[in-house]
Write a new protein. Structure first.
Length: 72
């Protein structure tokens, strides 16, 4: 989900920035796709790392302990 959200945000931001440059400021600009790609990979790795960190205790516990912990 983090990767999809990051991709949507980066694409919308890049395209709207280019439209704003052309229409409002009458300047020519190019979208730095390589920079946006590297940024997207970084955000994707960060969201995966946070997800694994948060779900670590649940993954290490047995299923029965996890289910009993949610009942109360």
């Amino acid at each position: 989900m983090g990767g999809v959200g990051a991709a949507a945000g980066l694409l919308l931001g890049g395209l709207s920035g280019q439209i704003m440059l052309a229409w409002q400021f009458e300047l020519e600009g190019d979208i730095p796709w390589s920079t946006l790609g590297v940024l997207w990979i970084g955000i994707l790795l960060l969201s995966v790392a946070v997800g694994w960190t948060v779900s670590g205790p649940v993954l290490r516990a047995s299923p029965l302990v996890s289910l009993r912990g949610d009942s109360g």
